[in-house]
Design a protein around this ligand. Structure first.
Ligand code: ZN
Length: 191
């Protein structure tokens, strides 16, 4: 299967609001397969349609897959037209990265638990309560559908550092912009 091209930071399509899907037919299923293939190959634990230049409210995620082991068990989750119905009041830090912003990571504060409503690959509605990494990937990907990138959620000072760093971005270098450390106890979300 052909990998989709992931568009990168500063591409204008990453800043647009995506439209809702009316159905999930053969075309959508083909897109979902291609997105899953691209996510696993990246590798990442989530990929939103706008990252492939498609402005539709759809993302795929797999938090069970071990990115260091290509033969590990997979559990693909598909979210069409996701709506976050509820968020917990707390704010927890977790290090995030984005396939559209290669080489950049930052510690982002978000609620630890959410409730989401969406449709699956058969366009069947479902509701899900999620926490920790799964909640995180759902929020990160839902942001993509609204043209929001994780760097937008960094504190202003850290963002201004990021602007400088992005200008000098080297693909193979991982920066921890928030703490200046390369090691962290948090799982790193790349989505
Ligand atoms: Zn992302």
């Amino acid at each position: 299967m052909k990998k989709l091209k992931i568009i990168k930071y500063e591409h204008p399509l990453l800043r647009r609001k995506s439209r809702e899907l009316k159905d999930a037919g053969p075309r959508e299923r083909e897109l979902i397969s291609a997105m899953a293939h691209t996510m696993y190959a990246a590798p990442g634990c989530g990929l939103a349609a706008p990252q492939a230049g498609v402005l539709e409210r759809l993302f795929v995620a797999d938090i069970d897959y071990d990115r260091d082991d290509p033969n590990s068990e997979r559990r693909l989750r598909v979210f069409i037209n996701p709506e976050i119905l509820w968020e917990s009041d707390d704010d927890e830090p977790m290090k995030e990265g984005c396939l559209s912003i290669p080489g950049i990571e930052g510690e982002i504060f978000r609620p630890s638990r959410i409730r989401v409503r969406a449709r699956d690959e058969n366009f069947e509605p479902f509701e899900l309560e999620a926490e920790e990494l799964l909640a995180r990937v759902i929020m990160h990907e839902t942001d993509h559908l609204d043209g929001i990138l994780f760097v937008d959620r960094m504190a202003r000072l850290k963002r201004s550092l990021l602007t400088v760093k992005l200008g000098k971005l080297r693909r193979d270098t991982m920066y921890d912009l928030y703490t200046g450390r390369e090691e962290t106890n948090y799982p790193v979300l790349i989505a």
